[in-house]
Design a protein around this ligand. Sequence first.
Ligand code: ZN
Length: 103
Amino acid sequence: MINYKTYLIFLFGSLAVSIGLQMLLPWPYGLIAALAIFIVFPLFMRNRALKRMGGFGTDTGAGSGGGFFGQGQGVRYICLACNNRFKGGMCPRCGSKMKRADF
Ligand SMILES: [Zn+2]
């Protein structure tokens, strides 16, 4: 699962690589290579995350961490006993299985 922390690690990692490229390559090429990394890396990570989720793509862009309470990600339910919103088969607050779908 790609979360915010791994995103930051990748971000700083690509930043470090791009700084290295500035040193290795002459000016315009280093900048172009660094920009390419910043464009390609998020796309690569996104594709990998999508593959891991089995094709259930999210379009939030912020990764799975930001979409936890987002809209349109799976089906949420509202507990009929205590009105708690939850995902999954059973209400985590009161344990009731009486529920209705919330869209
Ligand atoms: Zn409940």
